[in-house]
Design a binder for this molecule. Structure first.
Ligand code: C5P
Length: 218
């Protein structure tokens, strides 16, 4: 079987990885893999304080989880145990739960294998925190997106307002900064650019300009 095409996009919370992964996947006519959604869905599956369960218990619960993908481009759907993962995972609270379970080697080892299995079956734009460093270290195209906390919080704030959801800019800044701190400083697979990643500071760029930088860097 021919090796699959993998493009990786890593970066901190709210930097626009999902938007860019969807667009790039559409441009390349391949699927995208939102690995943050895998951590979020796993965190919800383990439940509140699930990260405090004994390691053997977590391992045995994870054993029943299977991930799959259908569709491609922006219409790619990620499934957990045959059920599409939906918007229930898209809260800052579940983001923090995800960041908590993401510190556990037992969870990272399990999801890394699930992600690599998907990468063995599908051409992918894979986005997350450790795609270029740990999960797909030999991917030929790697990107690392970054932007200040203030810019990322403001972007999320605008998204929430547009969706008619309650939003507090200061709370968002605090939550994003706390999650970044935990993601950058954990012992296993911390958030950092791969040595061979193209670095893009998106702070002063439009969505179009970031997308063009990705296409140029392929
Ligand atoms: O990208 P998203 O905000 O959905 O990710 C939720 C959390 O999952 C992150 O804060 C991070 O702790 C964790 N994560 C990770 N490795 C990935 C993707 C996400 O540790 N590849």
């Amino acid at each position: 079987m021919a090796a699959k095409r993998i493009v990786t996009i890593d970066g901190p919370a709210g930097v626009g990885k999902s938007t860019m992964a969807k667009r790039l996947a559409k441009h390349l006519a391949i699927a995208y893999l939102d690995t943050g959604a895998m951590f979020r869905a796993t965190a919800l599956f383990l439940g509140e304080n699930g990260w405090e369960l004994p390691e053997a218990e977590i391992a045995s619960r994870l054993d029943s989880l299977r991930f799959g993908l259908s569709g491609s481009g922006a219409d790619t759907v990620l499934h957990m145990n045959e059920t599409p993962i939906g918007d229930e995972i898209r809260t800052e609270q579940v983001g923090m739960w995800a960041s908590n379970v993401a510190t556990l080697p037992v969870v990272r080892t399990f999801l890394k294998k699930a992600q690599q299995d998907l990468g063995g079956r599908f051409d992918l734009v894979a986005e997350g925190r450790d795609m270029g460093t740990v999960v797909f270290p030999s991917a030929p195209s790697k990107f690392f997106l970054d932007a200040t906390v203030e810019v990322r919080a403001k972007r999320r704030f605008d998204q929430l307002v547009e969706m008619g959801k309650p939003a507090d800019l200061h709370e968002l800044e605090t939550a994003i900064a706390a999650r970044d701190h935990q993601d950058r400083n954990r012992a296993t697979a911390p958030l950092k650019p791969a040595g061979d990643a193209v670095l893009i500071d998106t702070s002063g760029l439009t969505i179009e300009e970031v997308f063009q930088a990705l296409v140029d860097g392929l």
